[in-house]
Design a protein around this ligand. Structure first.
Ligand code: ZN
Length: 280
């Protein structure tokens, strides 16, 4: 007879914007009125904590007019090559919640009048992890940017890294997306990473760290293995703030840490300086 320990429901990370009129900030524990948070682009007015928000909310304040011109990737569905237990069920639940087939989409639009292609991962779908669909969409987005000669932006929120449910096919996406970054470079296309909390694992170890500019949100956790795993492996205490955006800025991995309400104006300036004059 096999005894199985009853599975306790695991507390999930907080992938969605919290419900309710009053929201307790996980940073300072203050109760904040929802409308006030919305007006502050989901940044706590008390302590500055940046709440995790889905790509469509970013689009609302980053793109001119607040809406994308096109959305690509609504027709790409993941295979289940390993028949991994509960993979399809998890995907199906996430699809119902988000209305999109997988953890990434490609959007086109303008920022400060300059056309861009923006690829974005969505934490709400299996922690924004990268399987074959996410990798393929990154490549399609990059190719579209090359074809139209527009800057390419990758906005990431990926706690899961490469998606274990797709095994080697997920790991392969690290090489595949890296090749696409090389193609962007060969074509002289500006490629910018927008790193939000968290961007980890195979995502951070491939396309998310390869941009011409790496822009991170304050406090974002960015790295390959998480701090706990590293601490257990090397058996040393890690310095305060390890793998946070500010720490990585100090150590040269990240180029800029930009608060959310300055993200659009910063991008407009960068695009104008690095792209607009020559290509606009
Ligand atoms: Zn707070």
């Amino acid at each position: 007879m096999i005894f199985r320990r009853p599975r306790k429901p695991r507390p999930t990370a907080q992938p969605d914007i919290p419900e309710g009129l009053w929201i307790k900030c996980p940073g300072c524990k203050e109760l904040i009125y929802r409308l006030q948070l919305e007006e502050h682009l989901w940044v706590c007015p008390q302590c500055g904590l940046h709440f995790r928000i889905p790509p469509d909310v970013y689009i609302q304040f980053l793109f001119d007019g607040g809406i994308p011109e096109e959305i690509l990737g609504m027709d790409l569905y993941a295979e289940d090559p390993l028949s991994f237990p509960q993979y399809q069920e998890k995907l199906e639940r996430a699809r119902k919640r988000t209305g999109q087939p997988d953890a990434a989409l490609v959007y086109t639009g303008k920022i400060g009048g300059i056309p861009v292609v923006l690829f974005a991962t969505d934490f709400r779908v299996l922690a924004g992890s990268m399987g074959a669909v996410v990798g393929e969409l990154f490549v399609r987005g990059a190719h579209l940017a090359i074809e139209r000669r527009t800057p390419f932006l990758a906005l990431t929120s990926s706690g899961g890294g490469a998606r274990m449910q797709e095994g080697i096919l997920a790991l392969m996406q690290m090489a595949k997306t890296t090749v696409a970054v090389n193609e962007l470079q060969d074509a002289g296309i500006l490629y910018i990473n927008l790193l939000t909390d968290p961007t980890m694992g195979g995502v951070m170890a491939s396309f998310a760290a390869l941009g011409d500019l790496l822009i991170a949100e304050p406090g974002a956790l960015l790295g390959f293995a998480g701090p706990r795993v590293i601490q257990q492996t090397i058996r040393q205490k890690l310095p305060p703030g390890f793998q946070r955006a500010e720490f990585l800025l100090e150590h040269g991995l990240v180029d800029l840490v930009v608060p959310r309400h300055e993200l659009k104006s910063t991008l407009e300036l960068i695009l104008r300086l690095l792209w607009g004059e020559n290509h606009g």
